[in-house]
Write a protein of this length. Sequence first.
Length: 217
Amino acid sequence: MEVIPAINEIEFGEIKKKMETAHRFGAAWVHLDVADGKFTANQLWNNHKDLAEVRASRMQHPHVEMHLMVENPDEALDDWLDANVNRIIVHVEAARDVAAMKAKCEMFGADLVLASNPDTPAEKLLAHKESVDNFLVLAVNPGVAGQKFQESQLQKIKALRESAPGAKIEVDGGVDAEVALKVKAAGADILASASYIWNSDNPKDAYEALGKLSEGA
């Protein structure tokens, strides 16, 4: 199971610093959170121009997946694709035309991932399984880092795996060592972790330990 360091910050300077750190400790991807204060209770960094500048530079950095926790992801999509991201995560609760967004992502060579909040049933994601084969189960309320993983989401992961056996399933929110074992057993392929990695004394060691746990489960 793949481990992706998630970055949940207000200031882009801190995001850039963590992107560089993740690259140094060997992460192939980073997961960047965007929150508009409308879809979410809080606001986070939300400026595609910052990222576009970094992506256009010669700075070495991992692949980027954007988690758009925003009210109008259909309208925001173009800006983030122009920033040359590799994967865009949008929420089924906010998306208006998932098929159109998928087609647009394909034009830019990016993948589209469809996410759900904890209280949204798996069926809402599965309704789009003919056009989208990448799902993210957000196991905490959107926007705020450091929340506890909601155990109810294990059933959602299992339901997605059973009904969409070929799908890539990512889990985000409250992922620590114990949770990594549980979500892998439930059928997840990818996990994104923020606080467990960045709040540790040694983020590199925490990232590697999480990877070893998920591989051995």
